[in-house]
Design a binder for this molecule. Structure first.
Ligand code: GLC
Length: 716
């Protein structure tokens, strides 16, 4: 709902603006070294509406908060506010993806926590720190659904499921924006990358996505819709094309779908240079064509290439672009600036953030996201009296555990795994090997019966695709060497993306997947290894056995034949592959605990509803009792899946439509109830309309996507 007061102020301001000043508001500039003098001049001329603060003076690239940039931000803001003709404040934006000085787990790891409330709290804390540095707009949350871990940017999103992605996206938007965007510590969120970027063919960044409207609406759109419904104020268009049309020049995607259908009323920013890139994509002949096509499609602000500022004045003057399109774009940008309170409070108002509280929250997020993939014969947790040899290339690591896009992370605040074990478990009988190269490092721990291998990979993110997901040969060699003498072999992995562990998985007694979990990664891993914390993470993406299985994802549609597909069953007549199975190594939603949970007493409040009742808001309620039958407190992520058995289009074998993280003491039992209504049972049909169709819906409830069938409901 728009604020009439703000709209009135925009009308007044717009009426005074020259076309050149309007285009200035649509120009987002970087501040690379060497551009400072020119930028000051442009600010005076009203030619910069926003700065991207990732580098240069703005970014304390050494991550030291003492090198903050608020002084510099205020200095440039003063020029805009006091020296330009209309005094319109500048909006400072940055990639605050999963932390500022205190780094939280990568978004994929936060999704593994299945805890939207914690994600909301995390982004509230993150916003406080970023706002102290003068940032009031974050180019996040990234919500590109991805089924392909070859694509390095899968770590920036929430995995392969639209329901989980929707819950996480809404939580992040609410965390950034708070309940009053004008408060100094709140940031405008930016849903990116709109849209279909995660469907990159081959996991090759900046390439092509081939998506039907049916797939787009049912898998890739829900998170964006959820973000818009949560009050989202900005969107970033994506680099990719969808079936021949670049998103940056798609009026259907940016205006008809995003605005007219979803009701988004904030502003759209291009991705970096993606306006000019329309020429590279072969749909624009000149820079002017690119600028005109993009703003006409619905991209309001042009990131970094000055294409709007340099070309649209002539396009309007010569009648190829109606100025009303420029006015509408400027209106949206000014709307968010007014909502942020920038006109009343343009300068950074610094208030010390509670860094210790943020670290404690980051530790909880890291612990909740780590996934115990395997634990044969209770190999974990380790006891402090058990002699353990630690080695591996991530034993002395800090920065690479932070993950992608950690522009302001403070390295000194992080422990290595060795430091975390020594500090948090001083009584533990642990020794640490530090030979130079990986295979020699093993020598220092040869005599230990229990060996822990800390292995990991470089932070992923943009332009970091991998054609193979098997772990590096030197890590494999170390694993095989350790297996020859260790009685108990534990793998602790620090990769941001799922890897193909099919070859090495059998060699381990236990595998703990730690992702890249930010400042507190090592402390969280040590706490789980030694049992201070009971692991509770669940996989937001399927883990393949081998790279060649990709894309492999749990919400796949049924095969036309009896094959050994994602959900193993016996007997089957056909095999998906000759050289492996069609099932993942670990399915979506999978994760082990140090305790055990028992499900019982499933009940439905009703099993039939009419279409009118469903469309009128009625829903089915299914309840289940969950009991902790083990000897220690633990969290269970209770998951509810459905299958629309027969519909006008093919529907997935399972689709997550509810989850709840619950904490149970030994012997404690709780009842969890899921509501299944139009939002959960409906889908976008062939006609692009969202509806729930008549028929049976099978319901599955349990601790992963392999949950058992518990009954069915019917729309009669
Ligand atoms: C990059 C990324 C985008 C980021 C933007 C600004 O190319 O695609 O996610 O927000 O540019 O850094």
């Amino acid at each position: 709902m728009l604020n009439p007061e703000i709209e009135k102020k925009i009308d007044e301001l717009l009426s005074k603006m020259t076309l050149h000043e309007k285009l200035g508001q649509l120009n987002q500039q970087s501040n690379e070294h060497g551009m400072e003098a020119e930028n000051r001049e442009m600010l005076k001329n009203g030619e910069i509406g926003s700065f991207i603060c990732n580098t240069g003076h703005f970014g304390p690239t050494d991550g030291n908060p003492a090198h903050n940039n608020r002084k510099y931000v205020n200095e440039l803001q003063k020029i805009a506010v006091e020296e330009s003709r209309l005094g319109i404040p500048v909006l400072y934006g940055k990639d605050v993806i999963h932390g500022h000085n205190v780094v939280f787990p990568i978004p994929l790891a936060m999704a593994a926590g299945f805890d939207p409330d914690l994600v909301r709290d995390a982004y509230t804390a993150i916003s406080e720190e970023a706002a102290n540095d003068g940032i009031r707009w974050s180019f996040s949350p990234m919500m590109d659904l991805s089924r392909d871990p070859r694509w390095g940017r899968c770590v920036e999103g929430y995995g392969e499921d639209p329901y989980l992605g929707s819950k996480m996206a809404a939580a992040a938007v609410e965390g950034f924006q708070g309940d009053d965007l004008s408060r100094r510590e709140n940031l405008a969120a930016c849903a990116k990358h709109y849209i279909g970027y995660g469907a990159m063919e081959g996991g090759r960044d900046y390439q092509k996505s081939e998506l039907s409207d049916y797939a787009l609406r049912n898998y890739y759109l829900p998170a964006f819709k959820s973000a818009v419904d949560a009050g989202l104020r900005t969107v970033m268009s994506s680099f990719n094309e969808i079936s021949g049309e670049p998103t940056t020049s798609s009026h259907y995607l940016l205006t008809e779908l995003l605005r007219d259908e979803l009701g988004f009323d904030g502003f759209v920013v291009s991705d970096y240079n993606s306006v000019l890139q329309l020429k590279k994509q072969g749909v624009a002949e000149t820079n002017a064509d690119a600028a005109r096509m993009s703003v006409s499609a619905g991209v309001d602000m042009d990131m970094a290439d000055r294409c709007y500022l340099r070309n649209l004045e002539k396009e309007v003057a010569e009648g190829r672009l109606d100025e009303s399109i420029v006015d509408e774009a400027v209106r949206r940008v000014l709307r968010v600036k007014f909502e942020l309170g920038l006109f009343e409070n343009p300068y950074v108002h610094y208030e010390e953030a509670d860094i210790d509280a943020h670290k404690a929250l980051a530790l909880r997020a890291a612990e909740q996201g780590m996934v115990l993939l395997k634990n044969k014969n209770g190999a974990l947790p380790l006891s402090e009296s058990e002699p353990v040899g630690f080695t591996g290339d991530f034993l002395k690591e800090t920065w690479r555990m932070f993950g992608a896009w950690t522009l302001d992370g403070v390295n000194e605040w992080a422990n290595t795994l060795e430091e975390a074990v020594r500090k948090n478990f001083p009584e533990a009988k642990a020794n640490f090997s530090h030979a130079n190269n990986l295979i020699d490092r093993y020598d220092g721990v040869m005599e230990s019966d229990t060996v822990v291998l800390a292995l990991g990979g470089h932070p992923e993110g943009e332009a970091s695709g991998l054609a193979t997901l098997e772990i590096p040969e030197d890590q494999k060699a170390l694993i095989k060497k350790a297996r020859m003498s260790a009685k108990k072999l534990v793998g602790v992995f620090f990769y941001g993306r799922p890897m193909a562990l099919g070859e090495v998985e059998p060699l381990f007694d236990a595998i703990l997947w730690c992702w890249h979990s930010g400042t507190m990664t090592a402390d969280a891993a040590a706490n789980i290894l030694y049992g201070k914390t009971n692991p509770s993470g669940r996989l937001p993406m399927s883990f393949p056995r081998v790279t060649g299985q990709i894309p492999i994802y749990y919400n796949c549609t049924p095969s036309c034949r009896n094959v050994d597909e994602y959900y193993p069953k016996e007997p089957f007549m056909y095999k998906n592959y000759r050289d492996t199975t069609g099932a993942p190594l670990y399915p979506f939603g999978h994760g082990l605990s140090y305790t055990a949970f028992e499900y019982s007493d499933v009940s439905f409040d009703k099993t039939e509803l009419s279409p009118e009742e469903i469309n009128g808001g009625k829903c089915f309620e299914v309840s289940v009792k969950v009991k902790n039958t083990g000897d220690r407190t633990g969290d269970e992520v209770v998951q509810c899946y459905i299958r629309d058995k027969v519909a006008s289009m093919m529907r997935p074998l399972r689709q997550l439509e509810g989850f709840e993280r619950i904490t149970l003491a030994p012997g404690e039992e709780k009842t969890v109830t899921f509501r299944l209504g139009l939002g959960e049972l409906g889908f976008y049909g062939k006609n692009g309309k969202f509806a729930a169709e008549k028929g049976d819906f099978t319901v599955f409830i349990g601790g992963s996507s392999y949950a058992p069938e518990v009954g069915k409901v019917t729309i009669i």
